[in-house]
Design a protein around this ligand. Sequence first.
Ligand code: MLT
Length: 395
Amino acid sequence: MNISINENYKHIKETYLFSEIASRVRKYTEQKPDARLIRLGIGDVTLPLPGVVVDAMNRAVSEMGVKETFRGYPPESGYPFLKEAVVRHYKDNRADIDVGEVFISDGAKSDIGNLVDILGNNEIIIPDPVYPVYVDSNLMNGNRITLITGNKENGFLAMPDQIASAGARVIYLCSPNNPTGAAYDHGQLRTWVEYALSTGSLIIYDSAYEAFVTDDIPHTIYEIEGADRCAIEVCSFSKFAGFTGTRCGWTVVPRKLLSSDGTSLNKMWLRRQSTKFNGVSYPVQRGAEAALSAEGIRQCMANIDYYRENASMLGDTLSGKGIYYTGGKNSPYIWLQCPMNMNSWDFFDMLLYDANIVGTPGEGFGKAGEGFFRITAFGTHESTAEACGRLKELL
Ligand code: MLT
């Protein structure tokens, strides 16, 4: 062929972090087919969908098989019944948003990756370590990225005073954080919102793990006064309702968000989505609506409590070994310092080869993640208990 390509792809790693891990694990299991692996790597849930969700999806599937209730293309930004459920969910978290500001999608990852489509060539601020999609999708667009470091000293919570000079930027924040599990409190998030408002910056706020919040800290950036003038929030049913395989999420783009020339970001996102995305299937949206009902929230939170117990088992094991870690409290992720000053890929190999445990090397989340390692609490109780036993022996 005689075509050119997006040269920016030459600046990203050849494989996405979790694909790289899957391929290393595949290689290992080819050599050791009998290995009893415990997968605490990618943050994938293990409990089945809550019953209330399954019932709602079954009913919706049946409706699709009947002439009178069959539905074709869904509305591009989601069915009103689900958008209204999302608005009520925000009200419960003391945040006021409008139905027209909610966009239903097939998950937070897609929206985070796609938001770059509506933004120009801004300087991008990304805390390091962080979920790799922020960096990769901006590199794919040729954007200039400045990393600000999260470390032991700042509790893995980067703050605006780490940004060298004032000016409008696009800032990615994830709280509770993937991978470190650290979470901003109200004061810290207020500092970010004030910074964004005073510099004309935009915050892209990833709240995919908000359901794990236990302390009195924000579930959404819109709990902070003024955030509707400077922040887009992306959230997901994946971790809250077990939708990793079902796929549904949402993004809030407040109407007050205007670019430097007064263009509405809400209108641009609607234009982008209606052109490049055809919506989420009706049964999935009914399932998501059910997850946000009072009974749905009760069932989802019971599952989250189950994962929390795993987190405390893992945390106790690490504490017992004197290993430093963060997370596990407001988050399903435990972020530990690799023992014996090992680098994170060496530690990955050691856990895989010597304990048959799969985790995620901190370096995969950025340079500042080197020397650290992420394990998830999304396993079953049995596999987590077994992993704790193996860790106690190995470390
Ligand atoms: C992770 O393990 O970081 C997440 O599961 C990835 C994702 O949500 O896309």
